[in-house]
Design a protein around this ligand. Structure first.
Ligand SMILES: [Mg+2]
Length: 203
């Protein structure tokens, strides 16, 4: 389905292309240094994209090679589950009737990770980058002892026009995964983003 939230921002991006500039770039999830996010960048909350970030495209489980490595030894070692939120423009969005994909993903995660804890996944009406308030509200509810500040949130994803744009609009830390699980070279949007990144933001 068309992402009006992203398209509506095109004039703003033309006037200010730096809205698409990541703060940090890694090739994929297993490369992310979560300890550095916490200690050097003062990150307390992690927003994770799903497709091609923590999962293969359209998959309903955490990519096994990530779950066995940086998921447990990096992400969960440095951040409690309540400070982590998966925000997808497919699962949990208006494209997911009854949030069936959310329930399936949470069930698969409990099986794959062999735990009873429920993986936090945002159920939202506005797609990225338009669900910024819902993200702050979510963390404020799960962490009522502290005031949630956008600069303490890292948004991790493989798309400049949704994940990184949202991070920069929120004044959070945008962490770009340039390849992800598998780069979809057949998508003109994704190849345009790769070109923009290489032209303007890779050194
Ligand atoms: Mg993605």
């Amino acid at each position: 389905m068309i992402n009006f939230s992203s398209i509506a921002n095109i004039p703003r991006i033309i006037f200010n292309p730096k809205l698409l500039q990541p703060s940090l770039t890694y090739q994929n999830f297993n490369e992310i240094n979560f300890e550095l996010l916490k200690t050097k960048h003062s990150i307390k909350y992690i927003v994770l994209d799903k497709d091609n970030c923590i999962s293969a495209d359209k998959s309903s489980r955490v990519y096994p090679l990530y779950l066995q490595n940086n998921w447990n030894n990096g992400l969960l070692k440095h951040f409690p589950l309540k400070n982590i939120l998966i925000v997808s423009n497919s699962m949990g969005s208006s494209d997911d009737p009854g949030f069936a994909q959310v329930h399936q993903f949470q069930k698969n995660y409990q099986q794959d990770a062999n735990i009873s804890a429920v993986l936090p996944i945002l159920e939202h009406n506005y797609k990225k980058p338009g669900c910024q308030a819902s993200i702050i509200d979510h963390f404020q509810k799960t962490d009522p002892e502290n005031t949630v500040k956008p600069e303490n949130i890292a948004v991790i994803g493989d798309r400049l026009f949704t994940d990184i744009l949202m991070a920069n609009q929120m004044k959070s830390l945008g962490v770009y995964l340039q390849q992800g699980v598998a780069l979809k070279k057949s998508s003109p949007w994704i190849m345009l983003e790769q070109g923009i990144y290489k032209c303007f933001f890779s050194n």
